[in-house]
Ligand binder design. Structure first.
Ligand SMILES: Cc1cc2nc3c(=O)[nH]c(=O)nc-3n(C[C@H](O)[C@H](O)[C@H](O)COP(=O)(O)OP(=O)(O)OC[C@H]3O[C@@H](n4cnc5c(N)ncnc54)[C@H](O)[C@@H]3O)c2cc1C
Length: 449
């Protein structure tokens, strides 16, 4: 039995012994760690209600409560010292053909949703690098994919059903609720327990992806928008060595009759001759099909397949969002600390995200470049490097990903969110007794040092 299996098994034992009071919540031992295994949650009390009424009952009963999605965040944003609630049993998927929307229970993961809507002729506008995450957890942290014209995944939300602190059910929609809606969507798990999400649908589409190798970062100086705009979704990967992107992943939408032709070179980078994994040396078996082979949107927009472990598996992640206009300079700023970064890094990914109007989104009001780091699981070393990267990016107004690891002082982070005061008013309105707060929120949104 390896360490993770042991922790999960021992967690099951403690859970079963300690929380008989959660009658509607069958305890799930595997919930006690996050996906990466770097966080052990601070409570063994996890409820898994079967329907809206059970959610309401649990919310009323608990003095402190935090929603848990599919556990893919790398920090303590989903943690609670008292109670967590998993919506995994709320997994209904209902398409509204007339409205061109789909209504999903908060437990639904993108990997479950995508084939169902595709079979009916629909698509979502974008996906993250992996399909394993829950819709509710992804939108709560502003999770994103790539594409100059693609907003993050939360921009597809048209309406939310939320159980607020007193157990009431609130419906917020983009159409009717303007400000409250814009504040609640990227809600950081603190507005209430989201039980249903309505997402905008598009006609289904085909995508082909091609990988190019060894693009000089100099090319970004004069061709930044051409490079990131070369496909519907474009990702650059780098190990920060040799001033180059080791791989460029270009995902192109194909309409009927479009020529699926790919030149041998892309700004000096060479077309790959086989499927590749973004991390050099890892098998590409877990990666979505490349080499220009067309396929449905949901089998190309993520980098990783649903039935495989995404990315490295044992890893940590960090990501900073800077204004796209300053993207090239921000990349050069990070490159200055590459000698400290590289020994602890699996790979960096560079992606673009279109601006949105969601108050706590990392792309709020600005077209963004996201500079992502997949680290080896070496937190002691990584936490020494993050302040250096953050110092180099401070000048660019960097915003850290809410679901990943960062060390930025709370006041610097707070200064990056123009609507923070409005967001706090929203929390006060829906959660006056701070039922849905936790240490992560208290520190990052409220600490004054
Ligand atoms: C291998 C890997 C690859 C990743 N790739 C990407 C990527 O491409 N792009 C990107 O942006 N991020 C990426 N992430 C980060 C990930 O998308 C975010 O951390 C996301 O929030 C995870 O969703 P989750 O369902 O696991 O939520 P959790 O981590 O379980 O929870 C996250 C937050 O959502 C809240 N929440 C969950 N459910 C509800 C609910 N029903 N009601 C209210 N609040 C709720 C929680 O309280 C918590 O605050 C990646 C993570 C991993 C592990």
């Amino acid at each position: 039995m390896n360490k993770r299996d042991f922790l999960k098994t021992s967690g099951a034992f403690v859970t079963a012994a300690m929380v008989p009071q959660l009658s509607s919540g069958q305890q799930q031992p595997a919930l006690r760690e996050n996906w990466a295994g770097n966080i052990t949650y601070s409570t063994d009390a996890v409820g898994t209600p079967a329907d809206l009424e059970e959610v309401r009952a649990m919310v009323k009963k608990c003095r402190e409560l935090r929603a848990l999605g599919s556990r893919h965040s790398f920090n303590r944003i989903a943690d609670s010292t008292r109670n967590q609630i998993s919506l995994s049993r709320l997994d209904q998927i209902e398409i509204d053909e007339k409205a061109r929307t789909v209504n999903v229970g908060a437990g639904v993961r993108y990997g479950q949703l995508a084939p169902v809507i595709h079979a009916k002729g629909y698509a979502l506008h974008n996906l993250a690098s992996l399909p394993h995450i829950s819709v509710a957890g992804a939108i709560a942290t502003g999770t994103h994919g790539s594409g100059m014209h693609n907003g993050n995944l939360a921009t597809a939300v048209r309406a939310l059903e939320i159980v607020t602190a007193d157990g009431d059910v609130v419906h917020l929609s983009r159409e009717k609720d303007g400000d409250a809606f814009a504040g609640a969507v990227v809600g950081l798990g603190s507005v209430g327990i989201v039980t249903r999400v309505t997402l905008e649908l598009h006609p289904t589409f085909q995508v082909a992806q091609m990988v190019y190798q060894n693009l000089s970062l100099d090319q970004l100086h004069h061709h930044f928008d051409e490079i990131f705009g070369a496909g519907y979704s474009v990702s650059l990967f780098t190990d920060w060595q040799k001033h180059q992107a080791t791989q460029v992943w270009i995902k192109r939408r194909l309409a009927t009759g479009d020529k699926n032709e790919w030149p041998a070179e892309f700004f000096g980078a060479k077309k790959a001759h086989e499927n590749l994994h973004p991390i050099t040396g890892h098998s590409a078996e877990s990666c979505t099909e490349q080499m220009g082979v067309p396929g449905p949107w949901y089998e190309r927009l993520p980098h990783f397949k649903m039935n495989f472990t995404p990315s490295s598996g044992r890893e940590l992640q960090t990501e900073y969002f800077v204004p796209r206009d300053h993207g090239y300079d921000a990349i050069l700023a990070v490159e200055r600390v590459r000698d400290q970064i590289s020994p602890h890094l699996f790979v960096t990914e560079l992606r673009t995200i279109a601006a949105d109007d969601l108050w706590m989104s990392m792309a709020y009001n600005r077209d963004s470049l996201a500079i992502h780091f997949t680290w080896k699981p070496e937190w002691d070393a990584v936490k020494q490097i993050l302040p250096q990267i953050e110092a180099h990016l401070q000048h660019f107004g960097a915003r850290p990903h809410w679901g990943k690891l960062f060390t930025m002082p709370p006041t610097s982070l707070q200064a990056q969110y123009a609507r923070l005061a409005d967001f706090k008013s929203l929390l006060k309105h829906y959660d006056p007794d701070r039922k849905f707060r936790n240490e992560f929120i208290d520190t990052n949104l409220y600490a004054s040092s």
